[in-house]
Design a protein around this ligand. Structure first.
Ligand SMILES: [Fe+2]
Length: 367
């Protein structure tokens, strides 16, 4: 783990089609919309297990929020024929930013449409787009305010979810995806590389945490996971106990553990349709303008799990289909560069757990 050159942050400076354009001022990632095939099974997972609050429901959708949300929702779960991701939404700093978002996305060649307030329940006028990476995104400011349940401790379960934290998306070309998000004003907090210059993943933020969106190298576009945060590690452990007690431990895909990248304590769950949901806590503040970028060696066996625990193969290979603005699956583009799972086995493989200066380099006994 070594700091990277600061000039990595300027790689996404507007050029070409976006030269002279001011990107929209994005505050943070705000909500996701997932298509599920069994709404009642999802109701148990998202409200019975995770304890998310139902703000509203229609005959085919649940609008859910976490305990600190005062906006209408941070997750929409909608019944549909095939499990997929239908939307990744970002909040803007003001309604005036909608015009900037539309102009910027049109300039980078995205398919863009402006939709009136109420197109999504609880959300005001918005700019929707199939972005250059192939993801259905939305940018909005206006949203219905609802009661914030921060101190409704009478409603908080032992595994209480505090906030929505981030999206993680699979893209074939991580540097290209990173440049796109840097152009939108995101800053890179961490990445994973090798000595030959291949970039396997990157983490980018607008709010002052490690990320609002992470890019994972692979066949894409696909949604790798969405993540919610808790206040405490104990709340994550309780979710594991809860799943064990109701004989649903098979919905724990990976963890609990401590990430190397982000430093967060984590747990990966699979919802009833296989959408991956991360529960996440204890990352760090990144709000200063010179927040140092951290680069991890792809062979460092503590990058994905700080304790060196193996990564299950499904975590590298499985991800959710994404839909275009008309609800059709977006075709996959194959990754042509090396894949992380091919150069490391699990978290380990022929990997490093001590510095070469310490006399111990690559080790292979853990394969
Ligand atoms: Fe994550």
């Amino acid at each position: 783990m070594t700091p990277s050159p600061a000039d990595a942050q300027s790689a996404g400076a507007p050029t070409g089609a976006t030269a002279g354009l001011t990107p929209p001022d994005v505050v943070r990632c705000a909500y996701a919309e997932l298509v599920v095939t069994d709404l009642e099974a999802s109701r148990w997972f998202y409200t019975g297990l995770l304890g998310l609050v139902v703000t509203a429901e229609t005959k085919d959708a649940l609008y859910l929020r976490s305990f600190e949300d005062y906006l209408h929702h941070c997750l929409v779960v909608r019944q549909g024929p095939v499990a997929a991701c239908a939307k990744l939404a970002y909040r803007l700093r003001s309604a005036a930013e909608l015009d900037r978002a539309q102009a910027y996305l049109e300039a980078v060649g995205a398919t863009v449409r402006r939709v009136p307030a109420g197109t999504t329940l609880g959300i005001g006028e918005a700019v929707q787009a199939l972005d250059p990476l192939g993801f259905p995104v939305e940018f909005f400011y206006e949203a219905e305010h609802v009661e914030r349940f921060t101190q409704r401790y009478d409603l908080h379960g032992a595994g209480a979810i505090t906030r929505f934290d981030h999206f993680n998306v699979v893209v074939p070309d991580v540097p290209a995806g990173t440049r796109y998000y840097q152009g939108l004003g995101f800053r890179v907090s961490e990445d994973i590389r090798d000595d030959e210059g291949t970039v396997y993943a990157s983490w980018l933020h607008r709010k002052a945490t490690v990320h609002d969106v992470a890019l994972t190298g692979g066949d894409g576009p696909r949604l790798h996971h969405v993540a919610f945060s808790t206040h405490e590690r104990s709340q994550i452990l309780h979710l594991c106990d809860h799943l064990g007690a109701v004989r649903r431990s098979d919905q724990i895909e990976r963890g609990p553990g401590r990430h190397g990248v982000t430093n967060a304590f984590y747990l990966y769950l699979l919802d009833p349709d296989g959408h991956r949901i991360e529960i996440y806590t204890h990352d760090y503040y990144t709000g200063d303008p010179d927040n140092p970028l951290i680069t991890w060696d792809v062979h460092d066996n503590q990058r994905r799990d700080f304790w060196g625990s193996p990564v299950v193969p499904s975590w590298y290979t499985e991800a959710s289909t994404v839909l275009d603005l008309d609800g059709e699956p977006v075709p996959l583009v194959e990754r042509t560069e090396q894949r992380e799972a091919e150069v490391t086995v699990g978290a380990d493989g022929f990997s490093l757990n001590r510095s070469a200066e310490g006399g111990e380099g690559k080790i292979g006994q853990q394969v």
